[in-house]
Design a protein around this ligand. Structure first.
Ligand SMILES: Nc1nc2c(c(=O)[nH]1)N[C@H]1C(S)=C(S)[C@@H](COP(=O)(O)O)O[C@H]1N2
Ligand SMILES: [Mo]
Length: 421
């Protein structure tokens, strides 16, 4: 009874918001509310209260460093360029290039501390006036199950800084690393092909030198004053506490992760579904809501599906990805109108948002996440395994098309559920 009352008032909110749009929008929202079973409607209302953006202090950190660079005393951070006032980026050609590849990468104007012309935060802000871009990106670690957080990242394309250093010849790769306490063992390095930096393949956003997230300066904890953000890749490509970009004629990846046999080089984000906010017990004879989120990778997201299997049921060994299971479609929830809160949404990247309407160009949107919900009809008492999977826009069901662990996790998520009498 209580829940129904609550739902009515939430439907009223939808009308009030819809009133700035067309009356059609209001009708659709109402029709949808009415069509949903109360259990599903309640779950959708609950999910829509989750903030879309992760405040930068709430990200899950994946970090190395002893001490962690952002925990150094303020004085020390000023000294080593970990504050905006003193930050300097060096861009130079690999001094060992000739020895390693026979031909050295040539830069017309390297930017170095020794040369007195390292690139400063003021230089970055000067470029930002005409070159800044802002886009949504979900950060996910190829080794971990849950995404780390989603932000609206702002920065200047790396290529615009590279052009200042005037690459001339034998320019094949870019290495970059962050502050590492002047200890080579703490170095965290990444590699990108030069062509990826200079040009964005169709559907790709630019690689940026990022200085803001969700409208705020990037904190030290989040990788500030400046971190790299590689939109389509797993987190390890987005190096924090960035201080150095080395261009080279080498053509092989030398990421810290690659050297540790921890990743493949071109580690694009995978599409996958995860359960979230699920009970471990439900009552028999009652429909209930099945809910979760989906990470939308390079393959896009066409569908999320779920399936409840009785624990004692065996499954054919030749169907290891459960392709023959009676999967059911879930409802993918839209991006909330107020997803940005108080953050100004002028000049969002045109690849993600239509400037005229402010609406996303695609939903679910690549490199972000969405929520999903489904209604489970009542189940007989017993123990169940619930699974969910994503289907990408090419029709690949998880864990395909790249089922290998090193290129990012994509195993089918499973939770246990008891249906009680
Ligand atoms: N300098 C530096 N950058 C780094 C790391 C690191 O240890 N040191 N970890 C990377 C890894 S493996 C991941 S998954 C992401 C995590 O980003 P987050 O801590 O902002 O969530 O940062 C990347 N950038
Ligand atoms: Mo990672």
């Amino acid at each position: 009874m209580h829940r129904r009352t609550f739902l009515r008032s939430s439907a009223a909110t939808t009308i009030a918001l819809g009133a700035n749009g067309s009356p059609m929008v209001v009708q659709t929202a109402l029709a949808q509310e009415n069509a949903r079973h109360p259990a599903l409607a309640e779950a959708v209302a609950r999910l829509s209260k989750n903030a879309f953006l992760t405040p930068q202090g709430d990200f899950y950190n994946v970090e190395r460093g002893d001490p962690l660079p952002y925990k150094l005393p303020h004085e020390k951070r000023l000294e080593v360029g970990l504050e905006r006032e003193t930050w300097k980026l060096e861009v130079f050609a690999d001094p060992e290039d000739e020895e390693k590849t026979g031909k050295a990468c040539q830069l017309g104007k390297p930017m170095t501390k020794a040369g007195g012309n390292a690139f400063t935060f003021d230089d970055l802000m000067a470029l930002a006036k005409t070159k800044a871009v802002r886009f949504l990106k979900l950060v996910s670690c190829n080794n971990l199950s849950d995404p780390l957080g989603i932000g609206l990242w702002e920065g200047v394309p790396l290529r615009d800084v590279l052009w200042l250093a005037k690459p001339e010849a034998n320019y094949r790769s870019v290495y970059y690393d962050g502050y590492h306490n002047e200890d080579p063992k703490q170095l965290f390095q990444c590699w990108l092909p030069a062509n990826r930096v200079l040009e964005d393949p169709p559907g790709f956003l630019p690689v940026i030198l990022c200085y803001k997230i969700n409208g705020e300066w990037l904190t030290g904890e989040r990788g500030g004053p400046v971190r790299m953000v590689v939109p389509e890749a797993y987190g390890f490509k987005s190096v924090k506490w960035l201080q150095r970009v080395v261009v080279t004629n080498k053509y092989q990846a030398e990421d810290t992760y690659a050297l540790q046999n921890n990743d493949v080089n071109d580690s694009w984000l995978k599409t996958r579904a995860l359960f979230e906010d699920m009970p471990d017990k439900v009552d028999a004879g009652m429909p209930f809501a099945v809910t979760g989120q989906a990470q939308v990778g390079i393959g896009g997201l066409a569908k999320v599906q779920w399936w409840a299997q009785r624990r004692e049921e065996s499954w054919p060994v030749d169907d290891e990805h459960f392709n023959k299971a009676p999967w059911q479609d879930a409802e993918i929830l839209p991006l909330q109108d107020d997803w940005h809160g108080a953050i100004d949404t002028g000049d969002l990247h045109p690849m993600q948002f239509d400037a005229a309407t402010g609406q996303p160009r695609e939903w679910p949107m690549r490199y972000t996440r969405c929520q999903w919900a489904a209604l489970a009809q009542s189940l007989k008492p017993g123990d169940y395994d619930l699974r969910c999977r994503a289907i990408d826009l090419a029709g690949n069901a998880q864990p395909l098309p790249r089922p290998y662990r090193k290129s990012g996790r994509s195993e089918i998520d499973k939770i246990e559920l008891t249906v009680e009498t």
